[in-house]
Write a protein that binds this ligand. Sequence first.
Ligand code: SF4
Length: 456
Amino acid sequence: MADYRFNIHGDVNISLMRELIDEFIDPAYYEITGEDSADVIQINTEGSSDRDTVKREIYRRLCDLTGRKQEWGALTGVRPVKLAGELIESIGLAGARERLSDFYYMSDEKIDLVTDMYLYQKQLFGSAEAKSAGVYIGIPFCPTRCLYCSFASNQVPDTEIERYMPVLLHEIDHVGRRLEETGGFAESIYIGGGTPTTLDASQLRMLLGETGKAFGDRIKELSVEAGRPDTITVEKLAVLKDMGVERISINPQSMKQETLDRIGRSHTPEDIEKAFSIALAAGFDVINADIIAGLPGEDEQDFALTLDRMIDIGASNITVHTLAVKRGSRLHEEDKQYHYRAAETVKAMLALSREKLDGAGFRPYYLYRQKHMAGAMENTGYCRDDKACLYNVRIMDEHQSTLAMGAGGISKKYYPETNRLVRIPNVTNYQEYISRIDEMIERKENTYFMEDKNAD
Ligand code: SF4
């Protein structure tokens, strides 16, 4: 039985409103009704169709109702730094701070975080050049599937990977050629997934060779996610290094064996130690480590141990994720209320990560939020010695096009005149991707390259 009932009037986006209420109240305890009666909480009785106005009203009413405030206030959406940046560019820093406080009800701490971060990004990378693109290449395979995974990740025999690779190389070759023909260029390349190092050494060499040929020599950054330590070998690292990769990710998530077993990772903390040691010996300039706050069964101390180890081990980027329990993940199936219960623990973990990383000379440089995150918090990328990831910054800033190849890749064409992005998704299922590759290429031709075709 629901404890709260809301009746939201007017032509507003109910699923957005539901999301906002969800951040405060477990969905098991409320319902949005069509009723008008005294014991139902009436919202937007004037019938405004302005989303922000209704959102702000809901936020204020929920604060009164629950006695709680959110650090992010009434701000929903994945990219708060982008919003801060656009405000700074249009009304200046003081105006932006005022707006984030008075209009979105954000806390001073979050306002400092997003405004400082935007200014830091600008200092490091400036603005994206017109015609530049970030390139993403997806390898949708992993050795096992993690408990919380909702990405394109398949556990398949080698023969399936062998079927996928030529198709992917065909797309890379086509897109690289068309980008050049239409006057564009790739600024950064990110090979992600899945786990790209599921590929063997010769497949990695071929992939990097073809990628280099396709996207030429204006690349400022080449990153490969070597996420799962159980896929990393000296031979593969030598190939990556040889082919010009400077940045890799080795993602422990946790250094506690019990947690690794629980979340379905087929490796040990010792595998992580070993992967770091061979990657450092191979001379990688930047090694990122992804860790997760709020993993099932973990307390603050477990999280602190993982964090300390990553700082000591020599990671120069550390990305602190908040566990997102998305639909489609095994964790969501097993425990739909998990992220509500974990909220307080997660907050404490994130505060701890800020303090420890700050003390160790790291600086936050990019950030994004997701739906269904424990405690409605955020994911934050930290870097040491200004070694920030250009691709990550641009993709969150959304003032540059993205060209994504492979199953699950989502390209976005950026139109600076209107500050608009148009999505061009590839299919997520890798088998569909293989059989429908011509259609995937056609989609890019008809959208990404269309404008340039018309200009000829
Ligand atoms: S490593 Fe990443 S992509 Fe692969 S199963 Fe785990 S969460 Fe999913």
